[in-house]
Design a protein around this ligand. Structure first.
Ligand code: FES
Length: 143
């Protein structure tokens, strides 16, 4: 196979997918994102530069509330719904590597995902990648 043709086709594919996502997102009144996944199942959700240090950004991806967090230069992508009773972490706060739920104050470690007092409660962390200046997320159905 012609490697240059494959690269060109991949670039066209990425360009069309990006345009398609923007078109769909412009139709939405809420920040809900529905777009075509790449070959690995990742969808582009936000520009990397949108995510500021020490901040959280909530985006609905195909109905799932996905929370982007940047702490100490590191990106975390988690389900916004707390594993305790489903409150949104986006209304809570950050303390170093911990995200704190606004409802009952449970503190979860962003690295391990564990609730500090009962490790049986674990954050749902989504696989992601940073590519072409965007953060791509794989939101799996089996969570
Ligand atoms: S719902 Fe999050 S700590 Fe209770």
């Amino acid at each position: 196979m012609d490697i240059h043709k494959k690269k060109r086709d991949d670039n066209i594919d990425l360009f069309l997918r990006d345009r398609y996502c923007k078109f769909l997102n412009n139709l939405q009144l809420k920040p809900i994102l529905i777009c075509m996944p790449d070959n690995e199942g990742f969808v582009p959700v936000i520009e990397e530069k949108e995510l500021k240090e020490g901040k959280m950004k909530l985006v609905r991806v195909e109905g799932t509330p996905v929370l982007f967090i940047k702490q100490k230069g590191k990106i975390y992508v988690i389900d916004d719904r707390c594993p305790h009773m489903g409150c949104g972490f986006s209304g809570g706060s950050l303390d170093g590597e911990l995200v704190i739920c606004p409802c009952h104050g449970w503190r979860f470690n962003l690295e391990s995902g564990d609730y500090e007092d009962a490790p049986s409660y674990v954050l749902v962390k989504f696989p992601f990648k940073v590519e072409s200046g965007k953060i791509w997320v794989k939101v799996q159905d089996d969570f």
